[in-house]
Design a protein. Structure first.
Length: 226
């Protein structure tokens, strides 16, 4: 049995990956968040590192250990994630936005615990920055990869996001499908590409999905070098 060296398809490239959920503070004891566990993003970080890249992992709060050799930036809110991503954007060859970023945050974050009131509504929300959209508008040489977790009309929404955010690839899944989505070790995704191609993948581990995504990215990077 021969020792086979891992192919270093991303050698010399800087890959920035965002992972996990964001937390939007309500007060010192409460926040708004989502079910993201970070598994897909951490799998991508591990595989990108193994492919020879410099990897920056910008992560929301998750219960995972970062892969060895990866630069880790811990963030909580969408705003913090935005600032961290922008800091690394100029030096990035690839940005993969796996994170489930909150779309809204409380208009006011209180420094004291808020007591319940007699009225029937509470908490005004405002939009967070759409990080991928902002990156798309600033894009130079970078390859931008977004994710789309949907419950219906997956293809339509994925293609819309690809164009609206000026991304090169959107990795979409239906979170209602068994074996796909939040918290699982597997996923069933379709990769929608800028050139109109769609690459549907069968049920596989998130590590295998990561390999497929990184391979598609390396193909795009090679095209850029031509
Ligand atoms: N995204 C982001 N910043 C946000 C919201 C989303 O960078 N404030 C990124 C996600 O990381 C993901 C992609 O945009 O890579 C798509 O996220 P998604 O939530 O599916 O799409 P939205 O544009 O937020 O639209 P909606 O939630 O209404 O489907
Ligand atoms: Ca969203």
């Amino acid at each position: 049995h021969f020792f086979q060296s891992k192919s270093l398809e991303l050698k010399g490239k800087t890959v920035v990956i965002t992972a996990g959920p964001t937390r939007e503070k309500i007060d010192p004891v409460r926040f708004i968040s989502n079910h993201s566990t970070g598994k897909m993003g951490y799998a991508l970080a591990e595989k990108a590192k193994a492919s020879g890249a410099r990897v920056v992992l910008i992560t929301g709060p998750v219960q995972l250990t970062a892969p060895t050799g990866v630069e880790v930036v811990k963030v909580e809110s969408a705003e913090e994630m935005y600032n961290a991503v922008l800091q690394f954007f100029a030096s990035a060859d690839v940005v993969i936005k796996t994170a489930a970023v909150a779309d809204y945050r409380p208009k006011t974050a209180y420094d004291h615990k808020v007591k319940k009131q007699s009225g029937d509504t509470f908490i005004e929300l405002e939009r967070t920055k759409d990080i991928l959209l902002e990156l798309g508008a600033r894009k130079g040489k970078q390859i931008l990869v977004g994710f789309a977790a949907e419950t219906d009309n997956v293809e339509e929404y994925a293609k819309k996001k690809l164009l609206a955010k000026n991304a090169d690839m959107i990795v979409a899944n239906n979170v209602k499908t068994e074996g796909a989505g939040f918290g699982t070790d597997t996923n069933i995704v379709t990769i929608y590409k800028r050139n109109g191609e769609a690459v549907p993948l069968p049920l596989m581990s998130k590590h295998e999905v990561a390999d497929k995504i990184l391979h598609e990215i390396s193909v795009l990077l090679k095209d850029l070098e031509k």
